[in-house]
Design a protein around this ligand. Structure first.
Ligand code: IMP
Length: 430
């Protein structure tokens, strides 16, 4: 069936945007199914660099229809800014090209205030959230006092719905965190201002996709964040509050099972993480600085959304095997192989040690990684710059060995490898 799902296998920031861009060339619909503007997807097209947070990066292809599913938390202000930036870059944004699920929840100014108050209160135990109101917005959804996009259509009840919502959050802001309450009237007026621009785009994504898939149209589901940030399956509690894993695509778009054809797991050639939480293969010192870069280059390891330096480390195959299982990954796409050029030797984490025991998989998933020491296999690196490689044969023998060794240890084929930031800097392996 014609549904392909792109998921991140690590802690987000795997470089999914560029493969979504590549795969969207063959898709009719591109759909975001989870998260909010905590995500950052960068796509380079010639001289243009597109940095997207909410709108699926596949929209850059003029033939696609972009969908935002019910699983996404939408900050209307950010959405409008993004729509305007895209229009300025020559991308058409019409109600036919960008459709928002009526059931997607809104991120409101009250959520932003609560995210900040909660992070402050956590002190040293802070999650390191992106402060985009993500956790509070999904909490409102689950607690059933959230606002959905469909509420914008019900003008008669909108003020009341906002008041109920803001009062709930104010209760927490003032009594739990000693923070300033939000003014429900002001929040309602602000949101009504955004509604003018947003309402024409509200539709029924589930129904659109059901018809499209039934008619054999190709759909690409675009996950934000990554497997290890999944609320259920990630490194809890240092996770996001949505479902970035592949099953989240079905729930977050209103689809039943059975449509999936490919589940493409995007993996960076090394590991990176922003925010707090365990990271077994984390590097420090010169090695880390070298992998991370200085921040001067667009591909250096600094957050697209927050600009924070990312923590970096060697590729962790224990966690990758886990991601393959949780997502039902059918093929892998490896990003940033070019960054590993110039190392004498490269390490891959093939297992963990705790005390005198060795593990090839975690006994209780990744939520408690503390106390596990990585077991490494070292393989020879390559010195060549590989940005001009376009075919398997163009890659140095050591780079090919690195890819083949990962495939061997994971049991899944790597079909795409990115060797630079430009659209064409990809090696497709048949
Ligand atoms: P939140 O999603 O803002 O609540 O943040 C929760 C955790 O997820 C923090 O560690 C964030 O740094 C991390 N996070 C959220 N979105 C992304 C992303 O798109 N890439 C990488 N990390 C993210």
């Amino acid at each position: 069936m014609p549904l392909d799902i792109v998921v991140g296998t690590q802690w987000g920031d795997e470089g999914k945007g560029r493969f979504v861009d590549l795969l969207a060339a063959g898709a009719d619909y591109v759909a975001r199914y989870n998260g909010g503007d905590n995500a950052g997807h960068t796509v380079n097209v010639g001289q243009q660099i597109f940095k997207l947070h909410l709108i699926p990066s596949g929209i850059i292809h003029p033939h696609t229809v972009a969908l935002i599913g019910n699983g996404v938390a939408v900050n209307p202000k950010v959405l409008i800014t993004e729509m305007e930036t895209l229009v300025e870059s020559g991308i058409e944004i019409s109600p036919e090209r960008l459709i928002l699920s009526y059931a997607a929840h809104m991120i409101t100014p009250a959520h932003l205030a609560l995210d900040e108050a909660q992070e402050k209160a956590r002190g040293n135990a802070k999650i390191g959230t992106t402060l985009r109101g993500i956790g509070p917005a999904y909490t409102s959804k689950v607690a059933r006092h959230g606002l959905r996009l469909v509420d914008m259509l019900n003008e008669a009840n909108f003020d009341h719905a906002v008041e109920v919502h803001v009062k709930e959050i104010n209760h927490q802001l003032t009594s739990l965190y000693g923070a300033e309450p939000q003014d429900p009237g002001k929040v309602a007026d602000e949101l009504k201002g955004y509604a003018v621009r947003i309402v024409p785009h509200i539709g029924d994504i589930s129904s659109t996709l059901y018809d499209a898939l039934g008619a054999g149209r190709r759909v690409l589901a675009e996950g934000a964040q990554g497997t290890l940030l999944d609320l259920d399956h990630g490194t809890y509690p240092f996770v996001t509050s949505s479902t970035p894993t592949a099953p989240g695509a079905l729930v977050g778009l209103g689809l039943g099972p059975g449509y999936e054809e490919r589940v493409i797991g995007v993996t960076k050639s090394f590991q990176s993480r922003v925010g707090s939480g365990p990271f077994p293969t984390e590097l420090s010192g010169d090695l880390a600085n070298r992998l991370r870069g200085t921040g001067e280059q667009p591909w250096d390891e600094f957050g697209t959304t927050t600009g924070r330096p990312r923590r970096v480390g060697w590729l962790d195959l224990v966690l990758l095997r886990y991601a393959v299982r949780i997502n039902g990954i059918t093929e892998l796409a490896l990003t940033k192989l070019d960054i590993l050029s110039g190392y004498e030797r490269i390490k891959i984490c093939i297992g963990y040690r705790q005390g005198d025991k060795e593990f090839s998989k975690l006994p209780f998933g990744p939520s408690d990684l503390s106390g596990f020491e990585p077991l490494y296999e070292e393989i020879p690196g390559w010195q060549e710059v590989i940005r001009d490689a376009r075919k398997w044969e163009d890659l140095p023998a050591e780079a090919r060995s690195y890819i083949l060794r990962i495939e061997e240890l994971i049991g899944i084929q790597i079909r795409l490898v990115s060797v630079g930031p430009e659209r064409e800097q990809v090696v497709e392996i048949s």
